[in-house]
Design a protein around this ligand. Structure first.
Ligand code: UDP
Length: 250
C-alpha cells in the first residue's frame, strides 16, 4: 500500500538524540473508547515513554485534550470561544496528570508543568526550572497548552520544544508517517520518508496545524511523525529504526 515518495536520501533520524519532545493527542489516550481516558492505553503509552527514558534520553511531553474537550466543539455549540478554549486547556491538565500517574507507577519521575498556574495541582511553567528537571532525569509533562485561547497543543508542543532546546519533536499518531492522502481511506496513499515544512503547508497535509508547522520551520525544529501503536516504536524511532516521516527544511 505504501511505497515511499522520497527514496533518494536516507532518513536522518540518528541514535544520540539527547533531548526530545513527544507530542501525543488526547485521542491517543482514548483507546477503543469514543471519549475520555482508557487506563490500559495510558499504561501502554507510559511503558513506551519508560523504554525511551531507560536509554537516557531527556523527555518533554505535550498532551492534547481532544479526548475530553475541544474549544471549537464548545464554541460550535454556542459557548463563548475563549471559555471553551480554557476548558480544552483544562482537559490537557487532566490527561497530563493521568500520564504522570502511569509513569510514576513505573518509577519514571515526572513533573506536570502548567502554562496556567494551579499550584495545588502542578508546577507553573518556569523555563529554567523545567530545564533542571530534565537534567535530573525527570520527564516534564507540559500541560494547559500555551495558556492562550485560539491555539492548539500542536503549537504548544512546537513552542516548548524550541524553548527547551529539544533536538526534535516526535509526533505520535495512529499512522506511521505523513501520507499524501488518508491511508485509512485510500489504499493507494503514499508515505513520505521526508518532506519540507513548505510542502506540508502548500499541500495542506494533516501533520500539525499551520501555525505549529510555521513555528517549527522558523526555528528549524525537525518534526518526526510515527505510529504510537507499534510496540517499542518510540524508542526505536528515536534511534532511527522503524517507519516514520521527517519534516525538515527543504
Ligand atoms: N487549547 C487552547 N490553547 C492552547 C492549547 C489548547 O485553547 O494553547 C484548547 C483548544 O480549545 C483545543 C483544546 O485545548 O481544542 C485541546 O487541545 P488540542 O485540540 O490541541 O488537543 P488534541 O487534538 O491534540 O487532542
Amino acid at each position: 500500500m505504501t511505497e515511499s515518495l522520497a527514496t533518494i536520501v536516507a532518513p536522518v533520524v540518528r541514535p544520540g538524540y539527547r533531548r526530545i519532545l513527544l507530542k501525543i493527542s488526547g485521542e491517543a489516550l482514548m483507546g477503543p473508547q469514543s471519549y475520555g481516558l482508557h487506563p490500559p492505553t495510558v499504561a501502554r503509552i507510559a511503558g513506551e515513554v519508560k523504554a525511551l527514558h531507560d536509554l537516557g534520553v531527556e523527555i518533554c511531553m505535550v498532551i492534547g485534550g481532544g479526548n475530553i474537550f475541544r474549544g471549537l466543539q464548545g464554541s460550535a455549540q454556542g459557548m463563548e470561544r475563549t471559555t471553551a478554549d480554557y476548558m480544552g486547556m483544562l482537559a490537557t491538565v487532566m490527561n497530563a496528570l493521568a500520564l504522570q500517574s502511569a509513569l510514576e507507577a513505573r518509577k519514571v519521575y515526572t513533573r506536570v508543568i502548567s502554562a496556567i498556574p494551579m499550584d495545588q495541582v502542578c508546577e507553573p511553567y518556569i523555563r529554567r526550572r523545567a530545564v533542571r528537571h530534565l537534567e535530573k532525569g525527570r520527564v516534564c509533562i507540559f500541560a494547559a497548552g500555551t495558556g492562550n485561547p485560539y491555539f492548539t497543543t500542536d503549537t504548544a508542543a512546537t513552542l516548548r520544544a524550541s524553548e527547551m532546546s529539544c533536538e526534535a519533536l516526535f509526533k505520535g499518531t495512529q499512522v506511521d508517517g505523513v501520507y499524501d492522502s488518508d491511508p485509512k481511506k485510500n489504499p493507494d496513499a503514499r508515505r513520505y520518508d521526508r518532506i519540507s515544512y513548505d510542502d506540508v503547508l502548500q499541500k495542506n497535509l494533516k501533520v500539525m496545524d499551520a501555525s505549529a508547522i510555521a513555528l517549527a520551520r522558523d526555528n528549524a525544529l525537525p518534526i518526526i511523525v510515527f505510529s504510537l501503536d507499534e510496540p517499542n516504536g518510540l524508542a526505536g524511532v528515536v534511534q532511527g529504526r522503524g517507519r516514520f516521516t521527517i519534516v525538515e527544511p527543504g
